[in-house]
Design a binder for this molecule. Sequence first.
Ligand code: FES
Length: 367
Amino acid sequence: MLAKQPQSKALHWLGRQLFNTNKPETFLDPLVEQINPMWIQEYTPARVEQVIQDTSDTKTLVLKPAGRWPGFEAGQHVNICVEIDGVRRQRTFSLSSSPILWQETGRINLTIKRLPGGLVTNWIHDHLETGAVIGLGDAFGDFRIPEPVQPVLFIAGGSGITPILSQLETMAAQDYRAPVTLLYFVRTGQDIIAREKLEALTRRYSALTLEIIPTHEGATPRFLNDRDLDSVPGLTARQVYLCGPKGLMDLAGDLLAARGIGENDIHSTFFSAPAADLGDAPLGGEVQFANSDLAASSEGDASLLDIAEASGLNPRHGCRMGICHQCSCRKTSGTVINRLTGKASGPGEETIQLCISIPRGPVSLDL
Ligand code: FES
C-alpha cells in the first residue's frame, strides 16, 4: 500500500505530461521510458554519453539530460539518483563543465572521485557505462562567480577542483576581465584532475594564472603557506573561493584571516562534510519514526539519515553533507547534535537535516 501510492502519483504526473499539448517535444522524450517511473517527479532522466577516465581514481561522466532539465550556473551542484541492487541511492556532485557548453550542446559533465568505502562512487566507477540512464536533480548552491567583475583567487584541493573548472570555463568563455589565480593542491602529479583542460585554459584565457602544487612529492608534505599567498598580486582586493579537504580549507581560512580578508570575501564549498568537535557527552538514543510506526535505537555518532535507512526507511536526501537540504524533516521532540557545528538543537519542534543530525537521547520525527 505504501509503495503503491507514490507510483500511481508518478504515473498520473507522467500521464499529464504526455498529454500536455503546449510543448510535447519536451515531454515525449524517449529517455523518460528508461527511468524508474517513481523517480520522475524528482529527477530528470539523463543519458550517460561518455565516461572519461581522468586519473586512476577519477572519472568524468558526460551526460545528456532530457529537455525539461532547467540548467545550472557555474559552481553549482546536482543530486543524481541511481539504482544499486534494487535500492535507490542519491548523491550530490559538482558540475565540472560550463553552463555555456550545456546551452550549446545539451551536455553536462560530472567529475567523480572514487571514495574509499563510498557505495555510490565505487558503483559509478565499476558499473556505470555509456548508454545508461540516471536520474538528475535540479542544480543548487551559491558558489557562484562574483558579479560585477572582480579579481579572484581560487584555492582548490584534489577533487575540489570540479566546481572551479566549471567557473573557469565560464569565465574564459565570457572573457571575464579581472586577474584570476588558481592555486591547485594535489598529492602528486598523477592526481591532477583535468590537467589538459587546465593547461588549455591557461593558453586561451590570459587573465588566468595557474599554479599546481603537489603536496606529497618531497621528503616532507608541502601545504598552503604564506609564500603562496604572497605570490598572488593584490590579494586583499580579491574574492577568494575555496574548495577542498577540510584541512586545506581551515588552513586557508586562518592564513587569509591573518591578512585581514574577512568572511564576506571568502566563499567556500566542500565535498565531504567537515566534522565538528562533538564533545564528550554520549550520543545516540531511541528514535521514533512516527509516520512509519517504527522505532530504532542508536549508539555513537550515526546520523538520523543513517538510522532511518538502517531501519528500512528511504527518506528523501541528496548530498548527505548538509548542503542540499533535501533531507529536511520535522522533529517533534528531542535533542539532536549538528555534525557540522557541534551545536545542540532545542528540545522541541523544528525542522532539521537528517544527514547531519545525531540524536542525543530520545528523538521523535515526522517520518
Ligand atoms: S542530504 Fe543534503 S542536506 Fe541532507
